[in-house]
Design a protein around this ligand. Structure first.
Ligand SMILES: O=P(O)(O)OC[C@H]1O[C@@H](O)[C@H](O)[C@@H](O)[C@@H]1O
Length: 289
């Protein structure tokens, strides 16, 4: 961004070498790191924290942050080939730069970040990417990805870690009869239940991205998840049995989050002609229940 002054309530600070933007307005509090283009906290006025952030995470540039909203792309997991490195692509490890920030009279914060570090991997030529964050009573995230000079089979996701009081009590509605593959169980196929509950490690890839409701009765709240230009919803929790496999999640924290990911991935790839752009959007709205 130019050297224009930041709006009232918006500050930039440094954490472990990363630049962190914090905004405090009468509509919400928002924190995001320019390393990874990563939203780490959103607290709409009248509610508690929405996003889980690992107490063991690092913000160090070049690594990825555990928790918040990791930006996945330009491939998901190990990609269509099954062999891409690093896992979940490089957007979440790259440096992003502040393109603009404004606060509207109602306290909504609009931030745009541009991908500042294009990495070259054969078959994944990215010309540009921009993240738009609109945070107030709702949080809306849009990721524009533009293909480079060759066609791009794009995979991308908002890999959002929602803070819940207990994953064992948490449910997800909106996936009834949606076909899924179960990545935790040899990719067996199934159909989503009317209400998805958690009782084991879960890694379900649903073949649609409908509106969802994440219910957290312990916190007496619901989170409405609206998804646009997405083809997949991924629901993940390592559960108690698998949490130790992820070094930057304390073993005791497994009950405290569930990932509901708005994605174009795993059979739902977007085929982009050179120079064309796809925009993936997720919007979160909190309701007291
Ligand atoms: O540890 P990572 O790379 O952030 O991935 C966490 C999880 O992310 C999910 O999206 C995947 O479906 C899981 O298979 C994976 O374990």
């Amino acid at each position: 961004m130019t050297s224009r002054p930041l709006p009232d309530g918006v500050t930039l600070s440094e954490r472990e070498g990363a630049t962190v933007l914090s905004a405090r307005t009468h509509a919400c509090a928002l924190d995001l790191s320019l390393s990874g283009g990563h939203v780490t906290s959103w607290i709409p006025n009248g509610h508690d924290e929405t996003l889980w952030l690992s107490p063991l995470t690092t913000f160090t540039p070049g690594h990825h942050i555990r928790g918040g909203v990791p930006l996945i792309g330009p491939w998901f997991g190990r990609g269509n080939s099954g062999t891409e490195e690093p896992q979940h692509g490089w957007f979440r490890r790259a440096q992003w730069k502040l393109a603009s920030v404004e606060v509207t009279p109602d306290g909504t914060i609009n931030v745009s970040l541009d991908l500042a570090e294009i990495r070259n991997y054969p078959g994944f030529e990215v010309e540009a990417a921009r993240l738009h964050v609109r945070a107030g009573a709702t949080l809306e995230l849009s990721l524009d990805v533009t293909a480079g000079g060759t066609p791009l089979d794009l995979e991308a996701a908002f890999h959002t870690y929602f803070l819940v009081s207990d994953v064992r009590e948490t449910t997800v509605g909106g996936l009834e009869n949606v076909p899924y593959t179960d990545a935790a169980r040899s990719r067996t196929a199934g159909l989503g239940p009317s209400v998805l509950r958690f009782c084991a490690p879960t890694d379900l890839v649903f073949e649609a991205a409908p509106p969802l409701v994440l219910s957290d009765p312990g916190a007496a709240r619901r989170i409405v998840i609206d998804q646009y230009h997405a083809s997949r919803t991924v629901v993940w929790t390592p559960w108690q049995s698998d949490v130790a496999a992820t070094a930057d999640i304390p073993d005791s924290e497994w009950t405290r989050f569930v990932c509901v990911e708005t994605a174009v991935s795993e059979g739902g790839t977007v085929h982009l002609a050179p120079g064309t752009t796809h925009t993936l959007t997720a919007r979160y709205t909190l309701e007291h229940s």
